[in-house]
Design a binder for this molecule. Structure first.
Ligand code: SF4
Length: 348
């Protein structure tokens, strides 16, 4: 009897990994998927909190892909181990703080460890040569294979015909003739293949799945590192960079001001950890003060700025509630800042 081969698919939730997985299932391979949670993922969080994204489905796309294709998905939390990749990428960053090549190597390395532990035969990804300027180039494909330790157990079904044969192809586990030769940034071949397989719903292709590729987000992360004096971060730090308006009003603290109701509720969950200001007399935002040695003057300034973003912005005074860790919250009246007193350079 021919042994059924088992493969692990790296599933991002986008179209490419969905098609690569479908291609392997079509060849009779037993496929399970893995999705790595880095903390920088875009989906879910923003859709759940922001009104403008409310119409997007609030789902985990990797789970949705697995469910559509009928495979098991393993979601693996790599938040702690991943820090070293973001902080010290051997191959450097892309256009923003995205360490794409190191990230790919790391994820394939984790996948290689997983297949060794679970007695699977090979790994595959939805990578396509030329699709991403930094990490998906012909020259980077062998680097990922070699530095991850997966070597020729790493197959890229969508562009395999443009690459040297891998072990799964040599050994006849998969039929190379039924693999693909996609390359470049055009999504048309993928869309045609999706149509061929009657896949008519998928996450928007190439649609920024990771905050590290976002210039605004990267700017806020750089600011955080610069003002803390080191490149370290905690999960809460990188979550909060996704939320609200960030104002660097001083070297020793910044303000995180909610922009709408969903964000206000989310930030309220951090009241015990931070000094915060919430408008009381008028509907308005909540603000977290992120920093050290926060003085009474800092709190007054942050309150006056917070009042500026409330519906009491044109009033003579706004009452706010000020809370500090381990202290009873207290009320305070402040004069809202005028629009021209909000310095442009404060906004991150
Ligand atoms: S976009 Fe983000 S998740 Fe994707 S390879 Fe780059 S760093 Fe990794």
């Amino acid at each position: 009897m021919v042994k059924q081969r088992k493969a692990l698919s790296l599933i991002s939730g986008g179209l490419d990994s969905m098609l690569a997985t479908k291609a392997m299932l079509e060849q009779g391979i037993h496929v399970e998927g893995v999705n790595f949670f880095t903390g920088f993922c875009v989906e879910g969080h923003t859709q759940a909190l922001r009104k403008k994204d409310n119409k997007k489905p609030k789902r985990n796309n990797s789970l949705w892909v697995a469910q559509q294709l009928g495979i098991k998905l393993h979601i693996v939390d790599i938040v702690d181990e991943y820090k070293d990749i973001v902080i010290n990428p051997k191959h450097g960053y892309g256009a923003n703080l995205n360490p794409c090549l190191d990230c790919k190597i790391f994820m394939v390395k984790k996948a290689q460890e997983w297949i060794e532990a679970h007695d699977f035969d090979f790994i595959f990804t939805g990578e396509v040569i030329g699709q991403r300027p930094k990490s998906q180039r012909k020259e980077t494909m062998p680097i990922i294979s070699a530095e991850s330790g997966a070597n020729d157990l790493l197959l890229r079904p969508l562009c395999a015909k443009n690459l040297p044969e891998t072990k799964p192809e040599r050994e006849g586990w998969v039929d190379r003739d039924k693999l693909f030769d996609f390359s470049g940034r055009s999504r048309k071949p993928q869309m045609a293949l999706a149509a061929h397989w009657n896949i008519d719903e998928y996450a928007q292709p190439a649609g920024g799945c990771c905050f590290l590729t976002d210039p605004n987000y990267s700017g806020k992360l750089k600011d955080l590192w610069a003002h803390r004096g080191n490149k370290y971060y905690e999960l809460d730090d990188i979550m909060l960079l996704k939320i609200g308006r960030h104002l660097r009003v001083s070297d020793h603290f910044k303000m995180i001001v909610s922009r709408e109701e969903g964000e206000t509720r989310f930030l309220e969950g951090y009241r015990k950890q931070f000094t915060y200001v919430k408008t009381l007399s008028h509907p308005g935002p909540i603000t977290l003060l992120d920093g050290d040695d926060i003085s009474a003057e800092d709190i007054y300034l942050a309150s006056a700025i917070t009042a500026r973003y409330s519906q009491g912005r044109d009033e003579a005074e706004v009452t706010v509630l000020v809370g500090q860790p381990n202290k009873e919250p207290r009320e305070m009246n402040v004069i809202p800042k005028k629009a021209n007193e909000i310095e442009k350079h404060w906004l991150l």
